[in-house]
Design a protein around this ligand. Structure first.
Ligand code: FES
Length: 129
């Protein structure tokens, strides 16, 4: 796909976020902020013990952070937890499909960082994503 198709997808996800909301109760919930800007993402997940059965995100932030979190929820819904744990920064960048400048990298990875923190129960260092 061309860059413009990916840009459209990011705009679409930021304007019409998928899986936006909260789950109460959830099997795990985590939230974090981008320390550079104060933007926040919270992710709530339900599992059947092996797979992600439901996922919601909430928060506020720039188009990239919100679109990336929305895309991430679509990537992981229904997938085994082991596969979700293996999602890398490169996988997230591939899903976004457009070059992400170093200044926006924390925006693009905020949702993934929060999701992994929820799964592992600790916040991973950025380099570990
Ligand atoms: Fe805050 Fe992007 S500017 S997450």
């Amino acid at each position: 796909m061309s860059d413009s198709v990916y840009r459209e997808a990011i705009l679409d996800h930021s304007r019409n976020p998928r899986n936006k909301g909260t789950l109460e109760p959830s099997d795990f919930t985590y939230e974090d902020v981008n320390p550079l800007c104060g933007d926040e993402i919270r992710i709530d997940v339900r599992t059947d013990g092996e797979r992600v059965t439901e996922i919601r995100f909430s928060g506020r932030g720039c188009a990239i952070s919100q679109a990336a979190a929305s895309m991430l929820t679509e990537m992981v819904e229904g997938r085994p937890l082991d596969e979700v744990k293996a999602i890398s920064r490169d996988d997230m960048l591939e899903e976004l499909g457009v070059p992400i400048s170093p200044a926006r990298m924390k925006c693009a990875m905020l949702g993934l960082k929060v999701l992994k923190a929820g799964i592992y129960g600790v916040s991973p260092a950025d380099e570990a994503l």
